[in-house]
Ligand binder design. Structure first.
Ligand SMILES: Cc1cc2nc3c(=O)[nH]c(=O)nc-3n(C[C@H](O)[C@H](O)[C@H](O)COP(=O)(O)O)c2cc1C
Length: 367
């Protein structure tokens, strides 16, 4: 093989490798942080090889002379891509938890995600434009580039956060997460009533083997996110809590299966049996619950309909993956006959481990 054809083949191999690395990097929720960081290093090494191999093409970009609109567009995309990769490199160091812990700038994971999405999208357009310039089928090439760019944006902005939210195991230091500013509650102490997946789910013994679970490990112990929120509220108000626990069949270990089962329960208006929750002696109840299918989980419906809540005030703290309170407030008003219902706050699930201060701030507004 002569030197030119070797360089050409090496160039194609490096390009394919870079696209593959970018895609695997998007799946970091499955690969884990260590592989993610080393693959990041691998990507930047490939970039250096790519630049060396394409140095003549890159030099040609700066030459004057008449250029087609497609070539000019391709050059702009290339420059933008290069700039985004450089900033992505800095932000990778900023969010690094292993290799660049000493680098403490640009430590925003949101910024890192947006930059990664921009790099993936621009890389698709960059590669696609090479094909566009060479091919005669311009319309097909333009369509494929647009579709590839749209898919890259969707992966970066919607799919990755979705996977991150639903498949990640979050590790939390309980004391750091739960303890914080105390809030004085006017009137007698409220009771915190909460529902969470942990305690209502048949989890496999080995947490790491639980497929598709959105789990939280608090001091190494499997913990429901809503339980953690309930603990935060109790720490702020120095009050008691009670769990809503199903007594019959528990929910399946897999997150996806739980979503299906919960969807069926909602459609069938199921009211799963729960252990009694004693609210007598309390005027105020703070209800902490996850949104399931835009409303309360059906065991919470059992609690609301099966408990005498008349004359009580129910304060709502919901956790969710995007829907705010959705229909839950209206449904709770419907189910909790004779009770006053007030929204306190709805917490996005990723924010739960760091929600302690905002919970105190919201409680101060209503107490
Ligand atoms: C069965 C099921 C249905 C869900 N439906 C919604 C929904 O409709 N809207 C939303 O924003 N989040 C939804 N989520 C996300 C949960 O509200 C969110 O992950 C919650 O913080 C989980 O708390 P937990 O770990 O204490 O159970 C759903 C989760 C499950 C398991």
């Amino acid at each position: 093989m002569d030197k030119r054809s070797f360089t050409k083949k090496a160039g194609i191999a490096v390009d394919v490798l870079m696209y593959l690395i970018l895609l695997v990097q998007m799946l970091y929720v499955f690969t884990g942080n260590t592989l993610h960081e080393w693959l990041g290093i691998g990507f930047f090494l490939c970039l250096i090889v790519h630049i060396i191999i394409k140095r003549k093409v890159i030099a040609g970009m700066w030459k004057g002379g008449k250029k087609s609109a497609a070539r000019r567009f391709s050059d702009i995309v290339t420059v933008l891509l290069f700039l985004c990769i450089i900033v992505l490199m800095l932000s990778s160091m900023g969010v690094s938890r292993l290799l660049f812990q000493w680098f403490r700038f640009m430590g925003s994971s949101d910024l890192h995600r947006y930059l990664a999405t921009a790099v993936l999208t621009l890389a698709v357009v960059h590669g696609g434009m090479h094909g566009y310039i060479r091919t005669k089928k311009k319309k097909t090439a333009a369509f494929l580039i647009a579709a590839g760019a749209a898919a890259s944006i969707a992966i970066g902005l919607a799919l990755v956060p979705y996977m991150n939210r639903h498949f990640r195991t979050v590790t939390v230091d309980r004391r750091q997460a739960v303890e914080g500013e105390k809030v004085e509650w006017s009137g007698s102490k409220p009771l915190v009533v909460y529902f969470t997946r942990v305690g209502n789910t048949d989890f496999e013994e080995d947490v790491d083997a639980v497929s598709g679970a959105s789990l939280m490990l608090c001091d190494g112990e499997l913990t429901g996110s809503n339980y953690l929120v309930a603990e935060m509220v109790c720490d702020a108000l120095d009050c008691q809590m009670e769990a809503i626990t199903v007594t019959g069949k528990k929910y399946p270990s897999s997150y996806g299966d739980t979503v299906s089962v919960a969807g069926r329960e909602l459609r069938d208006k199921a009211r799963p049996d729960i252990a009694p929750v004693d609210v007598s002696g309390y005027d105020d109840i703070i209800l902490v619950y996850p949104l399931w299918w835009g409303t309360v989980p059906m065991p919470v419906a059992t609690f609301l309909e099966g408990t005498d809540l008349s004359g009580k005030h129910i304060y709502l703290i919901a956790t969710q993956g995007s829907s705010g309170f959705s229909k839950s407030t209206a449904d709770i008003r419907d189910m909790a006959k004779g009770a006053d219902v007030t929204e306190v706050m709805s917490i996005y699930c990723d924010d739960i481990p760091t929600a302690r201060q905002s919970i105190a701030d919201e409680l101060k507004k209503i107490s």
